[in-house]
Design a protein around this ligand. Structure first.
Ligand SMILES: [Zn+2]
Length: 304
């Protein structure tokens, strides 16, 4: 079973697919060795008022605070998935994972990740089962991609992934967005900054991207696909601290049922058949999403 990976946009901001399985550079480059803290340095954000889940495209966090949402996709390298789980466990870092259930790391490392999901530190979201380009599929196949991954997340972590879905390669259409909304995913989650690691990057390049994009209210995309990022975890944590950024996940920011229930969840990850994270009836379309068009009017488009 092949692992899947790769969601990116080109420097002009247009989504495009990436090649997978590129040969690794022979020189991984240099990166400052910054040790990870030995005790947690991040905790749950305080004072945040959760907003209704918007119907639309998310590229930035709402408001004018100092939060940052690190969103980690795919998981085609099992060891990198495990390293991210370990990073969160050790540092308290809050993360949103956009999983492809096909990638076995999400199953292999579920024992480490599940407690983080249940405590509310980590939010699992849907990135489709097999990382298919949804714009190329029939409506029936789209539904299958979404629901198969939902079933995986529910079976493995006791959550569904709703209401946040990141379409593979960032590719969507208005018709697809409507279908995803109908499937319980009103919030198409894109990004405004990237670690650039949808393809193999040397550690120094990853740090450079982080220095560029770790800014307040950004949704930043990274990938659990290639090992070099794990070599700079210490520097990434240090950078967040230097900039007084408050890592949050999407469930910290938006009023999802999973977010409110996670603190008290005690059920086994294998026995939560009724879990749902559909937005409540008070959700107003587009009420809190900062549209990408307005964001990009004042800021350069993302690259990733
Ligand atoms: Zn992806």
């Amino acid at each position: 079973m092949a692992a899947v990976s790769g969601c990116t946009v080109a420097s002009d901001g247009m989504a495009r697919p990436t090649e997978t399985g590129e040969p690794a550079p022979t020189d991984l480059g240099s990166a400052d060795d910054v040790a990870l803290p030995r005790t947690p340095v991040f905790s749950a954000p305080t004072g945040l008022v959760r907003r209704p889940v918007p119907h639309g495209t998310l590229t930035l966090l709402p408001g004018t605070g100092n939060e940052i949402a690190l969103t980690i996709d795919d998981g085609s390298d099992r060891d990198v998935v495990g390293a991210y789980a370990q990073l969160a466990t050790v540092t308290g870092l809050r993360l949103t994972f956009f999983c492809n259930g096909l990638n076995l790391g999400w199953t292999e490392h579920a024992p480490l990740l599940r407690p983080l999901v249940e405590s509310g530190q980590v939010f699992m979201a849907n990135h489709t089962w097999s990382h298919a380009d949804l714009t190329t599929l029939s409506a029936g196949d789209v539904t299958q991609e979404i629901r198969r991954n939902e079933a995986f997340l529910q079976r493995t972590y006791g959550v569904t992934g709703r209401p946040f879905l990141r379409p593979p390669f960032g590719r969507s259409t208005s018709a697809l967005a409507r279908q995803l909304d109908d499937l319980g995913y009103p919030a198409l989650t894109m990004w405004f900054g990237s670690l650039g690691d949808a393809v193999m990057h040397v550690p120094g390049e990853i740090v450079s991207e982080a220095e560029k994009w770790f800014q307040p209210q950004r949704i930043v995309i990274g990938h659990a696909n290639y090992p070099p990022v794990t070599r700079v975890f210490g520097r990434l944590v240090e950078l967040l601290q230097e900039r007084n950024l408050v890592p949050v996940h999407l469930g910290d920011v938006y009023r999802t049922e999973a977010a409110s229930a996670s603190a008290t969840a005690t059920a086994s990850a294998t026995t939560s058949p009724t879990t749902t994270t559909r937005p409540g009836p008070s959700t107003k379309p587009g009420s809190t999403a900062r549209p990408s068009t307005s964001a990009r009017a004042t800021t350069p488009p993302p690259r990733g």
